[in-house]
Design a protein around this ligand. Structure first.
Ligand SMILES: [Zn+2]
Length: 417
C-alpha cells in the first residue's frame, strides 16, 4: 500500500483524498483535498458549483494524535459567494466552522471534559483550558438534543456560581427526566425571562410545577410567565440554607476561641466543619469521633447542629404532608426561640415560604430527588473554575447534565474492513 493510501485509511475521514504526507520535527502533516465538487457555505445550507475566484486559502486542523505524534491536516480551500453570508471559505465535512480541530479531536476533548479534571485533559490533549472551553462550546451547540424543551411539566430553576462567588449561571432542570435542559448567564429574573421567552407561550402554558430557591427573582418571573404553575420550594435549598446557618454559628464560635487565645481548641474546631455539615451517615470514623466530642461539649454549636439535623429529617422520603406540616411548624417556633441569630433568620425565611415548601412535599419533590442532580451540577461547575467565559462553563454543565450522549471518537466511526 502506498503512503497516501495508507494514511487515507488511517485517518478515517469521509470525503477526502490524501495528497501527501510530511514528517516534521514535532508533527506529521497530511495534505488533503476534498472529494466533493460543490462548494458549501460554512454557515448555512447554500451550495454552489462556482468558486468565487482562483484564489485558495490554506487551512490547518489538528486531528487525533498518531502514536506520540501530533497529526495535522492541511488543505487549500476555495472560496464561494453565499447570497446571505457573502464570500466565505467553503466548509469541510470533518471540522466545525472556524475550528482548528477536526470533529474527532473535539469529540475526544468533550468526552474527556465530562469525565475528568482539567490537568489530565490539558496534558493528554496538549491544549490549554480556554481552548477546551471553546471546543466544548462548539460541541454543545451541535450535539444537544433539539427536543429537550418539549414535554416539560415539572421544572426547577436554580442558580449556580461557576467562578468564585459572583459569576452565576441560571439552570433549568427537567425534574421528570432528572436532567438540565437549559441554561444562561446571570441569576436574576431577566435570566428566567429569557428561558420562558425561548420556551414560547404554548409550552410555558403546559408547565404544571416550578420548583425554586427562596429568592425573589425567579419567583417573580415564574408568576408572570406561568401563572398556572404551582410554585414549590425545592427542599434541597431549605437544607442548604440550614447548613449555611450552622456554618455561621460555627464560625462565630471558632473566632471566639481564637480571640481568647485557645489555639489548640481553635484548630481542632476548624477541622470539625465537615463533621457538622455532612449527613451523619456519610461521616468517616474520625469525623464521627469529632461529632461525639462536639456533643459532649454541648453549647451553641451543638444546638445549631441539632436544629439543622431536625430540619433535614423533615425532608426524608416517606413522611406524609400532615407529618411534615406539624414538623415544619415545630421547627419554625424552635428556631424563633433558639437565640441563635442565623437560625432565627432561617425560621423567618421558612415561615415566609411555608406554603411553597409544603407544595413540594405534596408533589413528592423530596430532598433526595433534587439533591443528586444539584450535587452533580456543583461538581461540574467546580471543574469549570478557571474558564474565562460563561459560555464554556455553561457548555460543560450542559454536556455533563443535559440529554446528550458523548462517545469517544472510535465508537462513532462504523467499523471498516
Ligand atoms: Zn451562507
Amino acid at each position: 500500500m502506498r503512503v497516501n493510501a495508507g494514511f487515507s485509511r488511517l485517518l478515517r475521514l469521509d470525503g477526502i483524498w490524501v495528497r501527501g504526507v510530511r514528517f516534521e520535527t514535532d508533527r506529521v502533516v497530511v495534505w488533503v483535498a476534498l472529494r466533493r465538487r460543490r462548494l458549501r457555505c460554512p454557515l448555512c445550507d447554500f451550495s454552489t458549483p462556482h468558486r468565487h475566484n482562483r484564489q485558495r486559502v490554506e487551512s490547518t486542523w489538528r486531528h487525533l494524535d498518531l502514536g506520540v505524534w501530533r497529526l495535522e491536516l492541511r488543505a487549500q480551500l476555495r472560496r464561494l459567494e453565499c447570497p446571505e453570508h457573502g464570500v466565505r471559505v467553503k466548509s469541510v465535512p470533518f471540522a466545525r466552522h472556524a475550528s482548528g480541530f477536526t470533529r474527532d479531536f473535539e469529540q475526544l476533548v468533550a468526552w474527556l471534559a465530562t469525565r475528568t479534571e482539567k490537568t489530565t485533559i490539558k496534558r493528554l490533549a496538549r491544549i490549554d483550558w480556554d481552548t477546551v472551553g471553546r471546543i466544548i462550546a462548539r460541541v454543545g451547540t451541535d450535539e444537544l438534543d433539539p427536543d429537550r424543551l418539549h414535554h416539560l411539566f415539572e421544572i426547577g430553576i436554580d442558580e449556580v456560581s461557576w467562578r468564585r462567588q459572583h459569576q452565576c449561571l441560571t439552570l433549568v432542570a427537567d425534574h421528570i427526566r432528572g436532567q438540565i435542559v437549559w441554561g444562561t448567564e446571570g441569576n436574576d429574573s431577566a435570566a428566567a425571562d429569557r428561558f420562558f421567552t425561548e420556551l414560547g407561550k404554548s409550552r410555558t402554558g403546559a408547565i404544571e410545577v416550578i420548583s425554586l430557591d427562596m429568592g425573589p427573582g425567579y419567583a417573580k418571573s415564574a408568576r408572570e410567565h406561568a401563572p398556572q404553575a404551582i410554585i414549590a420550594i425545592d427542599p434541597d435549598h431549605v437544607v442548604a440554607l440550614a447548613n449555611r446557618a450552622l456554618d455561621d454559628v460555627r464560625r462565630v464560635y471558632w473566632n471566639e476561641l481564637r480571640r481568647i487565645g485557645d489555639r489548640d481548641a481553635a484548630r481542632r474546631f476548624k477541622d470539625a466543619r465537615w463533621s457538622l455539615l455532612k449527613a451523619p451517615e456519610n461521616l468517616t470514623d474520625n469525623q464521627t469521633t469529632t461529632l461525639r466530642r462536639l456533643r459532649r461539649a454541648g453549647g451553641e454549636v451543638w444546638r445549631a447542629y441539632t436544629l439543622k439535623e431536625a430540619l433535614r429529617a423533615i425532608f426524608a422520603p416517606g413522611l406524609t404532608v400532615d407529618d411534615v406540616t406539624i414538623l415544619i411548624d415545630r421547627f419554625i417556633s424552635k428556631a424563633a426561640r433558639s437565640r441563635l441569630q442565623p437560625f432565627v433568620r432561617l425560621g423567618q425565611t421558612i415561615r415566609r415560604h411555608r406554603d411553597g415548601i409544603l407544595q413540594a412535599i405534596r408533589l413528592g419533590i423530596n430532598q433526595g430527588r433534587t439533591e443528586a442532580l444539584n450535587n452533580k451540577v456543583r461538581l461540574i461547575t467546580r471543574r469549570a473554575y478557571g474558564f474565562h467565559s460563561a459560555k464554556a462553563a455553561l457548555a460543560l454543565v450542559m454536556l455533563s447534565c443535559a440529554p446528550i450522549t458523548l462517545h469517544p471518537p472510535h465508537e462513532s466511526h462504523p467499523q471498516q474492513a
